[in-house]
Design a protein. Structure first.
Length: 128
């Protein structure tokens, strides 16, 4: 349990933390009921950890999307590149991938959500 708590309290990249939590699942003694119980919690704790990164990433995508839209309102067009200084996605700690589309733009994570085994993307469409 101390290893799990250390992962949660130590700043580290999502992939590294997820890996350490998964690895620690094998460190429990199945013949010790307390240890086995703690080990049984690992999948749930990993899901909570992934959900935390997902929620943080969604919030950051919304903030980044609003900033991109404000920039468009000021300049009259979407920038060709992602503006500097926007919040990053929690799965990689890097900027979102930015792609202009016919209807607006898309922000895509550069890191995979290991809990769901997918890469999230957020589409922002303007009404005509």
């Amino acid at each position: 349990m101390n290893k799990m708590l250390k992962v949660f309290s130590t700043p580290m990249p999502y992939e590294q933390a997820h890996s350490q939590l998964t690895k620690s699942a094998g460190d429990f003694d199945s013949s010790d009921p307390a240890s086995a119980s703690a080990g049984a919690l690992i999948p749930a704790i990993n899901k909570v950890f992934s959900q935390k990164a997902f929620v943080e990433t969604q919030a950051n995508a919304i903030i980044a999307g609003i900033e991109i839209l404000l920039d468009r309102a000021r300049t009259g067009r979407f920038a060709d590149e992602l503006p500097v200084g926007l919040p990053k996605n929690a799965f990689s700690g890097k900027d979102f991938e930015y792609e202009k589309t016919k209807e607006g733009f898309t922000l895509r994570c550069r890191g995979r959500d290991l809990g769901k085994d997918e890469i999230h993307q957020y589409e922002f469409k303007l009404r005509k």
